[in-house]
Design a protein around this ligand. Structure first.
Ligand SMILES: Cc1ncc(COP(=O)(O)O)c(C=O)c1O
Length: 397
């Protein structure tokens, strides 16, 4: 199988990840607990080690603000539902969002807790930061937006948006699902208060891992930290055991435990640890350059061929390795099925959980065919894809 669905989850994982998972599971998979036996303390230490690596990755000041989650969706739910108070507040988001942002927000709209402004994008798939500025209101509590569109691969100017949101005094939450691992994330430079990302995409970790980084302006109850705290009460979305002090009747107001009820996915996090080492050694820049070079080859083949529609900018410097196309006369779902059955090529078709983006592009409801190479995609894989696309387009005429 030629796997070109890395935007959904990366495959294959580096062999070191598989080995680390097997080793941890066979030798060290105790339930972490600060007050427990040696194995439990060591499992907790492993988690702390990974928190420190993640904090360095995003230039976060405090590893205890690295919250382990099950996925990016889980992290976004904790963030969005956690920082919005009971009284109705205004929230700004964009048409580029994945359903893991759009659906929790719609749920809050339906519950009468949120008034939502969804801003658009230009024809290439970029949000104008000035549109965010114009959407802000005195009662705007939160702006949530994606760093990179999962449909178009377009890298958004979140630094400019962050500066605008910070000046206004609202909270800024970034969905870094498609950027973490390939595009630098600096929570301070981006003025990000909450950053959610998966471990299983470009960070090359296993599924079942995700991260929420919680900035200083989102303190747990009773602890107003930082120079410019917003008056929030961050409410935990998931409550339960924390492996430490059990005497408190409610979730202890200390990060990371405040937001981490229940046994964490230690096995997956052990794999994520090895994945982070791999990504840091390989270098995000080199991995992104590899993806862009492969995209460039695909685009060069599609350029000027009227049987193909390419969405988003031609300039690969403005993208990560995700490309949406359509083939004339063919539903993208059928095209993906033909590529799978006839050529052994795995790509993703449809709406990619981002219906508002497709409405903006004019590709709703069928969607697009999304091709997303990864760090282990070879030139031969791309040659096979290009050849297959030509044959499929020819047959569709
Ligand atoms: C932009 C974006 N946000 C959020 C998610 C959800 O990530 P997860 O599958 O880890 O829940 C995805 C997954 O594809 C995504 O592309």
């Amino acid at each position: 199988m030629i796997y070109l669905d890395n935007a959904a989850t990366s495959f294959p994982k580096p062999p070191e990840v598989t080995k680390a998972i097997a080793r941890f599971l066979a030798e060290a998979a105790a339930n972490p607990g600060r007050g427990g036996h040696r194995m439990a303390v060591n499992a907790e230490r492993m988690l702390d080690d990974v928190r420190a690596k993640i904090a360095r990755l995003v230039n976060g000041s405090d590893p205890s603000r690295v919250i382990f989650t099950l996925s990016c969706t889980d992290a976004l739910n904790i963030a969005i539902k956690g920082v919005l108070p009971d009284e109705r507040m205004h929230v700004v988001t964009t048409v580029l969002e994945h359903n893991s942002v759009s659906r929790p927000l719609q749920g809050l709209v339906d519950a009468g807790r949120v008034e939502l402004t969804r801003i658009g994008c230009d024809g290439q798939g970029f949000v104008d930061p000035d549109d965010v500025r114009r959407a802000l209101r005195p009662d705007t509590r939160l702006v949530v937006m994606t760093h990179v569109s999962n449909v178009l691969g377009t890298i958004q100017d979140v630094a400019a948006v962050g500066a605008i949101v910070r000046e206004h005094g609202a909270l800024f939450c970034i969905d870094a699902a498609q950027s973490a691992g390939v595009v630098p994330i600096d929570v301070a430079a981006l003025h990000a208060d909450l950053v959610a990302f998966p471990g299983h995409k470009a960070l090359l970790g296993p599924t079942g891992t995700g991260i929420l980084y919680v900035g200083e302006r989102c303190p747990p109850p009773g602890r107003k930290l930082g120079s410019d705290p917003v008056d929030t009460t961050f409410r935990p979305w998931r409550e339960g055991g924390t492996g430490g002090d059990s005497s408190s009747p409610t979730q202890p107001p200390i990060y990371p435990y405040y937001l981490e009820g229940g046994t964490p996915n230690t096995v997956g996090i052990a794999g994520l640890s090895a994945a982070l080492d791999y990504v840091l050694a390989a270098g995000s820049e080199a991995m992104l350059a590899h993806e862009r070079r492969l995209l460039e080859r695909i685009l060069a083949r599609l350029d000027g061929d009227e049987r193909f529609t390419v969405y988003g900018p031609r300039d690969t410097a403005r993208r990560v390795g995700a490309l949406s196309i359509n083939i004339a006369g063919l539903d993208p779902n059928d095209a993906a099925a033909i590529l799978d059955d006839g050529f052994g090529i795995a790509v993703r078709a449809g709406l990619h959980c981002a219906p508002y983006c497709h409405r903006a592009l004019g590709t709703f409801p069928a969607g697009t065919l999304r091709i997303s190479p990864g760090p282990f995609t070879t030139d031969d894989d791309i040659t096979a894809l290009i050849d297959a696309l030509g044959q499929v387009a020819e047959a569709a005429l």
